[in-house]
Design a protein around this ligand. Structure first.
Ligand code: NAD
Length: 379
C-alpha cells in the first residue's frame, strides 16, 4: 500500500496533511509513505523528520502521487494532481465542495474516491476526526492575536504609576468553535468580552467562559438550531431586530471578531458600513468569515482595510497563519479517519462503504459523484 503526501500546491496554503507522528502510524499500518520534497517546510517540519519517521521523499508531486493508493491533502486536489493519481485512489482532504461542483465532477471523472473531511458527522466517535473543529479552534485564537496586533492600545486593564489603561471591549459574533476560542483568548488577554449567536445553546457556553451573552431572545431564536447543531438561516424580521441590537452594542466596542457561518450558504452579513463608522478611532474588526462572503461590509479577502479610522482584518486561511499547530491537529484528524479504512490484520485497505463516517464524507467513487448533495438528481 502506497500513501502519498504532496506539498500543497494552492497559493497561501502553509499546512501539510501529515506529520512525523502520523507517518509513524501509517508505517505501522503497513503503508509505504512518500512525502513530496518540502511538503512540511512551511509547517516547520523538515524533510529529514519525515524520513526519520519512515517516509521516503519524492522530488515532484507526480512522483509522490503516481500509483498511490491513498493521498492525504489539506486542499482539494488540483487538475494536475488529479491527472497524476491512479483511478481507485482514496483522496482525503478538505474538499470545499459547495460552489465547486465542477471540481467535484472532475474528481468523479478521474475515478478517485474523494472524501470531504468537512462533512464528518459531529458525533462522539468522530470528534477526533473533526477538521472543522480543530482548525476553527486555532482560527479563533489567531483572530484575537491578529486583532490585538492591529490594535494600537492594550487589551488588559493596566494600573501603573503613570496612570491606568482601561481594558478593551471585545465582541465576538458567532459563538461556535472559533468564536468560543476567540472569547477564551480575549479573556486570557484581559479584555471585557461579550458575544452573540443565533443558537440558544450558545448562551450557556458563552457565559461559562466568563463573557456576557447579547442576543434578541425571541421565539425564533429559541428554535434556531438544526438537529445537526448548526445555525439556521434567520428570517428577515429577526435579522432586522438583531441588527438594531448589534448596532447599539458595536458602537461601544474596541474589537469585534466575527465568525458567523451557515453550512452551504454565504456567510450572514452582520455588520454594515454604518456600524463600522460608529466605532471609535483605532477599533479593529476581524472577519473570520471573509472567505465565505464575509460578515462585515467592506471586508476584503486577504487584506487589512481601513474604513475611516477602523481597521477590518480579512486574512485568508487563518489556521494557516499558525501552520505548525494547525498541521499537527489536521494530520491527526486525517490519520484517525484513514485508520478506520485499513484492515489491521491483513494490512490492506478495506473501506466499509456502509460506515456512517464514510457515507457522510464520500463525494465520488467508481467514476461517479455519489454524495447526495452533489450527485445528479436521480431520474
Ligand atoms: P459554524 O462554523 O458553522 O458557525 C459559527 C457560528 O456562527 C455558529 O455558532 C452559528 O450558530 C453562528 N451564526 C450563524 N449565523 C449567525 C448570525 N446571524 N448571528 C450570530 N451568529 C451566527 O459553527 P461551528 O463552530 O462549526 O459549530 C456549530 C455547532 O456544532 C456548535 O454548537 C458546536 O459546539 C457544535 N459542535 C459539535 C461537535 C461535536 O459534537 N462533535 C463538534 C464541533 C462543533
Amino acid at each position: 500500500m502506497k500513501l502519498a503526501v504532496p506539498r500543497e500546491s494552492e497559493a497561501g496554503e502553509t499546512r501539510v496533511a501529515a506529520t512525523p507522528d502520523t507517518v509513524k502510524r501509517f508505517v505501522a499500518l503497513g503503508f509505504d509513505v512518500v512525502v513530496e520534497k518540502d511538503a512540511g517546510t512551511l509547517s516547520r517540519i523538515p524533510d529529514e523528520e519525515f524520513v526519520a519517521a519512515g517516509a521516503s521523499i519524492a522530488d515532484t508531486a507526480e512522483a509522490a502521487l503516481s500509483s498511490a493508493d491513498v493521498v492525504l491533502k489539506v486542499r482539494r486536489p488540483s487538475e494536475t494532481e488529479l491527472a497524476a493519481m491512479k483511478a481507485g485512489a482514496l483522496v482525503i482532504a478538505s474538499m470545499d465542495p459547495y460552489g465547486h461542483e465542477d471540481a467535484v465532477a472532475a474528481m468523479g471523472k478521474a475515478g478517485v474516491a474523494a472524501f470531504a473531511m468537512e462533512f464528518m458527522p459531529r458525533i462522539t466517535r468522530a470528534q477526533v476526526m473533526d477538521v472543522l473543529s480543530s482548525q476553527a479552534n486555532l482560527a479563533g485564537y489567531q483572530a484575537v492575536i491578529d486583532g490585538a496586533a492591529e490594535y494600537d492600545r492594550a487589551l488588559p486593564m493596566m494600573m501603573t504609576a503613570a496612570g491606568t489603561v482601561p481594558a478593551a471591549r471585545v465582541f465576538v459574533m458567532g459563538a461556535g468553535v472559533a468564536g468560543l476560542q476567540a472569547i477564551a483568548t480575549a479573556r486570557r488577554l484581559g479584555a471585557i468580552v461579550t458575544a452573540t449567536d443565533v443558537r440558544p445553546a450558545a448562551k450557556e457556553q458563552v457565559e461559562s467562559l466568563g463573557a456576557k451573552f447579547i442576543a434578541v431572545e425571541d421565539d425564533e431564536f429559541r428554535q434556531a438550531e438544526t438537529a445537526g447543531g448548526y445555525a439556521k438561516e434567520m428570517s428577515d424580521a429577526y435579522k432586522q431586530k438583531q441588527a438594531e441590537l448589534v448596532a447599539a452594542h458595536i458602537a461601544k466596542q474596541d474589537m469585534v471578531i466575527t465568525t458567523a457561518l451557515i453550512p452551504g450558504r454565504p456567510a450572514p452579513r452582520l455588520i454594515s458600513k454604518e456600524m463600522v463608522a460608529s466605532m471609535r478611532p483605532g477599533s479593529v474588526i476581524v472577519d473570520l468569515a471573509v472567505e465565505r462572503g464575509g460578515n462585515v461590509e467592506g471586508a476584503e479577502p486577504g487584506k487589512v482595510v481601513k474604513l475611516g479610522d477602523v481597521k477590518i482584518v480579512g486574512h485568508l486561511n487563518m489556521p494557516g497563519r499558525i501552520a505548525a499547530s494547525a498541521s499537527t491537529l489536521y494530520a491527526k484528524n486525517l490519520a484517525t479517519f484513514l485508520e478506520t479504512m485499513v484492515d489491521k490484520e491483513t494490512k490492506a485497505i478495506a473501506v466499509d462503504w456502509e460506515d456512517e463516517l464514510v457515507k457522510a464524507t464520500v463525494l465520488t467513487r467508481d467514476g461517479a459523484v455519489v454524495h447526495p448533495a452533489f450527485a445528479p438528481a436521480a431520474e
